[in-house]
Design a protein around this ligand. Sequence first.
Ligand SMILES: O=C(O)CCCC[C@@H]1SC[C@@H]2NC(=O)N[C@@H]21
Length: 182
Amino acid sequence: MAQVALFAALMAVLGLIPKIDLPMGVPITAQSLGVMLAGVLLGPKRGFQAMALFLLAVAAGLPLLSGGRGGIGVFMAPSAGYLIGYAPAALIAGAIMRAVPQRSPGVIAVGAFVAALVGGLLALHLFGVLGLMLLAHLSLKQAVIATLAFVPGDLIKCVLCALVTHTVARGLPDWQFGGRRA
Ligand SMILES: O=C(O)CCCC[C@@H]1SC[C@@H]2NC(=O)N[C@@H]21
């Protein structure tokens, strides 16, 4: 429970980093790095719970999104698909991370990069594209082109996620990446 609350709080802290607004109404934000880290470090269940807790706090009106935004209205904006995707993206990243053998910090870091790439980038962008089509009324082609603008920055976040994971793996050798195995 403490870890879930901690990662929901980490999302709020990442929201203090100023966003960069793009014309289609979806900002470049550091908060998608928090989605990747939650999945990789906490695993699918607690990663999902941390994102769900964060989104509940946002829906309740707390101004925790980058730029001090919050409230129900953000779930009707063009970026809502990405927002709703935060929880399943963390779940997918966590599920992939759970399958990574915890052999060495290097192996764990490569696994974290792949988990962040598939969950925190590909899956999250899929939700984002659906949101752009439904809420911004873009065609599939327009939505895919729009989301491509975020890919370079999100690839950097995948690398950052792997670097943080490598540091944690070296400093906390008993940490269960991807959550506790049964
Ligand atoms: O704060 C919001 O309203 C949601 C923003 C969602 C931004 C998405 S997450 C994936 C992609 N990477 C970014 O930096 N921005 C978009």
